[in-house]
Design a protein around this ligand. Sequence first.
Ligand code: SER
Length: 340
Amino acid sequence: MIRKPVVLITGAGGEIGHGLIAHLAEAGTQPVVTLDVNPLEPALASKVQREFTGSIMDKSLLERVLSEFEVDTVYHLAALLSTRSEFTPVTAHQVNVEGTLNLLEFSQREAESHGRPVTFLYPSSIAAYGLPSLEAKRQAGRVREDDYNTPSTMYGCNKLYCEQLGRYYAKFYKQLAADTQSGRVDFRSVRFPGLISALTVPSGGTSDYAPEMIHAAAKGEPYACFVRPDTRIPFMAMPDGVAALLRLAAAPKAALTRTAYNLAAFNPSAEEVRQEVVQAFPHADITWHNDLKRQGIVDSWPEDVDDSAARRDWGFAPAYDFTKAFRDYLIPTIGSRYGK
Ligand code: SER
C-alpha cells in the first residue's frame, strides 16, 4: 500500500483539537494528520504523524494530503467563531462555508479513491438556533433540533447551512448522475453547547464569558462579564465534547436517524457560573459589564436543548454535570495550567 490510512483533523490547534488529538494518540488505532493555519504547539505536534500548516481554503494543499494519505475519518474543526464572524462576515462565509465545502469535496474524492466511505465529523453549534425574543427563549425551554432554525449570526447561518451541505453529500450528492455518488461521505454532526476547557481559552466566541471567567479567576486576574447575571445557555465540559465526537464517529451507521444532533450537559446562568467560580477560587474578582450587542446574540440561543435523539441513537451520556465539571475536571486541571 502506498498511502496510509489516517484520521485528518482540521483546526487541530484549537480548543477541541487539543483534547481530541490526546485521545486519538493514546488510543493509537490510527495515525493522526493535522491541518491548521498555525503550527501546532510542540507537545501537540509530537502526538501526530504529520502536520500540515496552511489553510482549508488552499485546494492544492488538500490535494497534497489526498495524494499522500488515505483518510478514513475527518474531524473538520476549523472555523471562525460567532463574535469574530460578526466583524468579518464575508471571511466567515469563506472559512466556515467554502472551507467546509472544500473538506466535503476532499472527503468525496478520498472515498472514491480508496473505495470506503469517509466518516466526516462536524461540530455545529447552539448558534444554529435563533430565538426571536427573551420571552420566546424562556417559553421554549428544551429546544428540539428542527425548531427555531433561524439563526441571527453569520456563524450560526454558516453552521446551519453546512449541516445541510453535509446531509446533501451523505444522501443526495449528484443525485442525477448515472452512478450513485452519495453516501461516500458519511456526515455526522453535533450541535455543541458552549464548551469549557481547562487547558485552553477560546477566542472569538460569544459563549466565552464562562470559560473566560473561570480562567481569569484561576490566573488571579479580574474579569468583567459581558452578559447579564441571569443569562442562561447550555455548556459542556471539554472531555464530554471530545467523547461525544469519538462516540458518534464509532456509532453504527444504521443506528443514526439524523445527521445533526443536539447535545446537552448543564445550563447554568452566568451568576451560577460566578458562584461556582468564587467557591473554587475565593479570591476571584468578577464584575458585570454588560455588552448589549453580544448579549443579544446569547439571548437568541436556547436556554436548553433536547438531546434525546443523541442519547437514544448513539448512547450520548455526558460524564460531567455542572458541579462535577468544576470539582473533578476544571479545578484539578486548570491549576497545573497556570502553574498553581
Ligand atoms: N461557542 C461558540 C461561540 O460562542 C458557539 O458555538 O461562537
